[in-house]
Design a protein around this ligand. Structure first.
Ligand SMILES: Nc1ncnc2c1ncn2[C@@H]1O[C@H](COP(=O)(O)OP(=O)(O)OP(=O)(O)O)[C@@H](O)[C@H]1O
Ligand SMILES: [Mg+2]
Length: 225
């Protein structure tokens, strides 16, 4: 079963009098439970593509069907509800809420799902990413790698069907990076979570089943890893 189906997806921005094409007629399908890496040079459109796949933004033309739901036909509220239900997202720039502590940030998706054990579950997840002693820290009081780990714990809290991760280990030392990698791949093994990773790390990419190469907003190659 295809969990994500991308058809003729393009994204353009108007910059002054010029049209900037950031994604150009992209097509692919991802099967439920698959693991996939998107690689390509800086500025090639990877983050943009991930955001469109996850329903954070809409394309200019084309279609994104996530878990049977055509995102381009939805309004922002409907897309938000799909995201809360099905999607986990680890952002390149973390996107933690600055007025909430580490623990509260991880509790947000759990509370949106009205889980009574939100606090306990969030504590467990922070312990899993090695932040058991940082519950009450605010994002500004955390290092970059620690913020990244909070954002990973928050993405896991959703128990997503599909996890999108933009450079999930990019800011981490080797040891912490390996720990996070293991957590992400365990999620795939244990819960069948579909993984879509953007990375510059070719060793990480090689651990997925399939690699999509993107350049100038176009898919150059889509092959088994
Ligand atoms: N809101 C925007 N308005 C105009 N141009 C944008 C906007 N957002 C992104 N772009 C442009 O789209 C292109 C692709 O950006 P994107 O963030 O997807 O690249 P990327 O492949 O993730 O790069 P990196 O590896 O550096 O993270 C860039 O050239 C960027 O300048
Ligand atoms: Mg990017």
């Amino acid at each position: 079963m295809s969990i994500l189906s991308i058809r003729n997806l393009s994204k353009t921005y108007q910059s002054g009098s010029r049209k900037l094409t950031v994604l150009d007629e992209v097509n692919f399908d991802i099967q439920a439970g698959e693991t996939l890496a998107i690689v390509g040079p800086s500025g090639s459109g990877k983050t943009t593509l991930l955001g469109l796949c996850a329903g954070l933004d809409s394309g200019s033309t084309g279609s994104v069907v996530l878990n049977g739901q055509a995102l381009e036909k939805m309004n922002e509220d409907q897309r938000a509800s799909v995201r809360n239900k099905d999607v986990g997202f680890i952002f390149q720039n973390f996107q933690l809420l600055p007025t909430l502590t580490a623990l509260e940030n991880v509790m947000v998706p759990l509370e949106l799902k009205k889980r009574k054990d939100a606090r306990q579950k969030a504590q467990e997840l922070l312990e899993k990413v090695g932040l058991g002693d940082r519950f009450t820290h605010y994002p500004t009081q955390l290092s970059g790698g620690e913020q990244q780990r909070v954002s990973i714990a928050r993405a896991f809290a959703n128990e997503p069907k599909i996890l999108f991760a933009d450079e999930p280990t990019g800011n981490l030392d080797t040891e912490t990076g390996e720990m996070i990698e293991k957590l992400i791949f365990d999620l795939n093994k244990e819960q069948g979570t579909t993984l879509v990773l953007v990375t510059h790390d070719l060793e990480l990419a090689a651990k997925t089943q399939r690699i999509i190469h993107i350049k100038g907003g176009k898919i150059q190659e889509d092959a088994d890893a």
